[in-house]
Design a protein around this ligand. Structure first.
Ligand code: GCW
Length: 871
């Protein structure tokens, strides 16, 4: 048989190969599987390995298949059985290893030559009866096994289900992609939990709630897109990390999603998911029986309502037989829900779950239920209590195809929260953890934040319910980390697992920031195996995404693994939560926005102290929702970890932390350190120039440079705010002192007028200047020592115009730029404050530095300050 790698052309290689396959079939002494399952033979042709590719969009994510070392691998791919998913797996292998392929089958038996052989256990076992059944993987698990048989070597790719075959294939390819030896394999893997889903918060009009990478890949113009190519590509990415379900629409669901005219459209999405083993799911609104069904009620206990759900679900399954199920957000943030009829979440969940049950569908009911009109003045009111207060009493009352989907922390995807206490208190209910890949509160994919380390802390947190709770099925002893609770292991639940909000968009690289895909990758890997370390996940992702050069791996690992702490340190240390504009886009600083309103994300900072008292002794009692042992970690001040202190206690600013610093000094230091470390991320990335393709190198650099500027905005806003409210100076005298800074309002202004910025802490000195004419200028005379300077110009880039700016030194133009970023506000504030840096500007004393601004639309070419740094 010709080795196609040496074939002179594709044409001749194919010809030789097909002849040889027939010859093999005739001459094999004892054909394998002659009476066995159908075997599909495929031919793999290798293509030239991609060099350091000139430019990459990131669209391929971790499935680039560059630099694969394949010389010792077989060139034949044999898919056993009739499954489409197995065929997808075979094609993926061919695509990865060869680039081009030609199907040769179906043939009657296995080739008598080295080959990859893919199939489910049933089919493979028929061909290789010597394989021990004891190794059979569970659930969607797989077995990768090399065997020698009748003079040939086979790389067996076995799943218990056809999905398992696909996961095995991707796992094998990931190993090859990471340049690991795959010449001998014997690896059984079983996913941690049956539910490994993602959710997309896409609206039917094509917009995405909390999406930061373009419009929906599923919907446009109140319909499913005609072209679902991207949706299919997304399913491939999901399958490659073991994800088996995707809920494609916003949990703030349009009832129309289950309208009769919409279901056939959903079927199109299911069609492109199916080859990848990804089940389609949708989010539904509780009021659908009224809004879509025309009933007078959506009371879950009304028989007509139950009949409507049954009829609707039956219709969905008639058109989409492998439909996954529903996600429900009810009685939350203004959504309709069972409370309108005095019914419980169990009543609501069960009426839908019963309709799904005959079809084996799952109902994910979100525990994100809280009152967003809490009384701020009530010191006992606490949003963090809500999930437990609503759901704990309902334990054991749900149908067994209901899964309670619990956000990792008790508030809302903040940069740091303790694990939700609800995880430890529903022994008779299946649970799933809800994570957020889309970085709503963690920099919206403009800031680099690798979230796997944060998720690991939650998943590894021991709820200490081992001996405290006895379920109706069994008692539990030993460790009870969140990961074992949600996987159903602790209380032997039939279901359970993971759901993450991802919100990919039409941007070519799916999530905007080239590094953001590390979070999707990390999510999938942790849902598959929550015992993996963040370090391992980071390394896998880097090798597959950027290559295996040691410098690339070590530099990017360092960047990824430090990034969460860095972000936390300048946006919400000590358990303050993300100090962002709560009532706005959840992006830049907005420290007071969380206070004096009903949303309950309070930090309660006043002139004396800061933090929410959630203790049992004096606070809201939230800590009492944990098991006694976990209470002991948090309740005594002497034990309470520094990084959650202000989530749990209200303390004076002078309170001394375990670290030995006062709270206020830690707030200051943490923000200065965070901004410095963010600048270091830029420097670290720059060491990789020439080792990463130019497109992804410069796209990443641009985001990191922006982040470094925005970290300064965050730093200054938070330290100034706490300095003003506490009245306590920074021991290092940094706060409010900017010797290199010239405020725009203090410059010589022509056409520009000073303006108060709201909130005040988001502009230097609380003020900026806005241009009231078609062209304005702000200038100052340089009085420092002569030299070359870096000129940083801080301005506001609103999303309601593209102002233009020019920088002059003594009437000579030095630089120009447009405020054309898409930051999430049409006002001057912490969301829009950004900087333009001009390097290498020669200045001598007496020079006049001038900035000219041309407003556009509603954006008045605003300026905050200029900073000069001698290089
Ligand atoms: O984090 C908040 C978001 C809302 C979201 C809600 C939820 C879809 O700000 O945009 O609504 O959580 O999780 O339901």
């Amino acid at each position: 048989m010709t080795d196609v790698r040496n074939g002179s052309s594709q044409q001749s290689a194919v010809g030789v190969q097909s002849t040889q396959v027939r010859a093999d079939a005739r001459t094999a002494k004892k054909p394998l599987g002659a009476k066995g399952p159908k075997v599909l033979l495929c031919l793999a042709l290798l293509v030239a390995i991609c060099p350091l590719c000139a430019g990459e969009t990131g669209a391929e994510a971790w499935l680039r298949y560059h630099d694969l070392k394949t010389s010792s691998l077989p060139t034949l791919v044999a898919a056993v059985g009739n499954s489409n998913v197995v065929r997808t797996a075979a094609n993926e292998l061919i695509h990865a290893l060869a680039g081009k392929s030609k199907a040769q089958g179906p043939a009657g038996q296995l080739p008598a030559k080295d080959a990859f052989v893919l199939g489910t256990w049933k089919d493979i076992h028929a061909l290789f009866p010597e394989l021990p059944a004891a190794r059979l993987p569970a659930g969607d698990g797989f077995w990768l096994k090399t065997v020698r048989s009748r003079g040939a070597k086979y790389w067996l790719i076995i799943g218990r289900t056809d999905r398992g075959v696909l996961y095995a294939t991707f796992s094998l390819l990931a190993r090859i992609g990471q340049q690991k030896d795959v010449s001998t394999l014997d690896d059984v893997q079983t996913p941690s939990a049956p539910i490994r889903w993602v959710s997309e918060w896409d609206n039917l009009d094509g917009s995405i709630e909390r999406g930061y990478a373009g419009r929906s890949i599923f919907f446009d113009n109140d319909a499913v897109r005609a072209d679902l190519t991207r949706a299919g590509q997304y399913a491939r990415l999901l399958a490659s990390i073991g994800i088996n379900g995707c809920a494609i629409n916003n949990v703030n669901a349009s009832p129309r999603i289950v309208a009769p005219e919409f279901i056939p459209q959903l079927a199109h999405v299911a069609d492109v998911f199916r080859p990848w083993g990804v089940k389609l799911a949708v989010s539904v609104d509780m009021s659908s029986p009224m809004v879509v069904g025309g009933l007078k009620t959506f009371d879950p206990l009304d028989p007509q309502v139950a009949a409507w759900w049954q009829h609707t679900v039956d219709e969905i399954y008639r058109q989409i037989p492998d439909f996954g199920g529903f996600v429900v957000k009810a009685d939350s943030e203004g959504r309709s829900g069972p409370s309108q009829y005095g019914r419980t979440a169990a009543d609501a969940a069960n009426v839908i779950a019963r309709a799904l049950k005959p079809h084996r569908g799952i109902l994910m009911y979100r525990a994100f239920v809280y009152n967003h009109h809490l009384d701020w003045r009530d010191m006992k009111a606490d949003r963090a209590r809500a999930a437990y207060d609503y759901f704990h009493p309902l334990d054991g009352k749900f149908e067994d195809n209901v899964v309670i989907q619990i956000k990792y922390g008790p508030i809302d995807f903040q940069v740091r929260e303790p694990a939700s206490p609800l995880f430890g208190t529903m022994p008779n209910t299946s649970q799933a953890i809800e994570l957020q890949v889309t970085q709503e509160y963690t920099g919206q994919q403009r800031h680099l934040v690798f979230l796997a380390p944060m998720w690991k802390e939650i998943l590894d947190f021991d709820m200490h319910v081992g001996t405290a709770v006895v379920s109706r099925r069994s008692s539990v002893v030993g460790k009870t980390p969140v990961k074992d609770i949600v996987s159903g292991k602790v209380w032997h639940q039939p279901l359970g697992g993971f759901n993450a909000v991802v919100n990919v968009g039409l941007d070519e690289n799916w999530l905007g920031h080239p590094f953001a895909m590390a979070n999707l990758y990390g999510y999938g890997r942790l849902a598959w195996n929550p015992n993996l370390s963040s370090e391992q996940i980071a390394e896998e992702w880097i090798r597959l995404t950027f290559g295996s050069s040691p410098q690339v791996v070590s530099t990017i690992s360092k960047m990824l693994l430090s990034s969460w702490h860095i972000y936390e340190s300048y946006t919400g240390p000590l358990g303050l939560q993300t100090l962002t504009g709560i009532t706005g886009p959840h992006y830049g600083p907005g420290i007071e926005s969380s206070e004096r309103n009903g949303w309950g994300q309070w930090h309660r900072a006043d002139s004396q102290g800061v933090g929410m008292d959630r203790t049992i002794a004096t606070g809201t009692g939230f800590i009492g929702q944990y098991a006694p042992f976990a209470q002991k970690i948090y309740e005594p001040l002497a034990n309470c970890p520094d990084d959650l202190l202000l989530f749990i206690r209200h303390v004076p600013y002078t309170h001394v932390l375990h670290s030995g610093k006062t709270v206020i000094q830690q707030i200051y230091d943490s923000h200065y350190d965070g901004a410095t470390q963010t600048a270091e991320l830029v420097a670290q990335w720059k060491t990789l120039k020439g080792q990463i393709d130019e497109d992804r190198y410069s796209a990443t650099l641009k985001r990191l440079e922006y982040q470094a500027g925005h970290a300064i905005v965050w730093r200054d806003a938070v330290v100034n705010w706490f300095n003003r409210i506490s009245g306590i100076p920074d021991a290092q005298d940094r706060v409010g002192h900017h010797p290199d800074r010239i405020e725009a309002e203090n410059m010589q202004l022509s056409g520009y007028a000073p303006i108060d910025v709201t909130p005040w802490e988001t502009a230097s000195g609380g003020k900026a200047v806005a241009c009231t004419q078609t062209e304005c200028s702000a200038s100052f005379q340089f009085s420092g020592s002569s030299g070359t300077y870096l000129v940083a110009i801080q301005y506001f880039d609103q999303n309601n115009g593209v102002s233009k700016y020019q920088l002059f030194v003594n009437d000579k133009i030095v630089d120009s730029w447009a405020a054309d970023d898409h930051l999430p506000s049409d006002k001057m504030n912490g969301h829009t404050s950004t900087r333009h840096v001009t390097e290498g500007v020669a200045l001598k004393s007496g020079d006049v530095v001038r900035i000219e601004g041309n407003p556009d639309g509603g954006e008045p070419a605003p300026l905050d300050y200029v900073e000069l740094h001698r290089i």
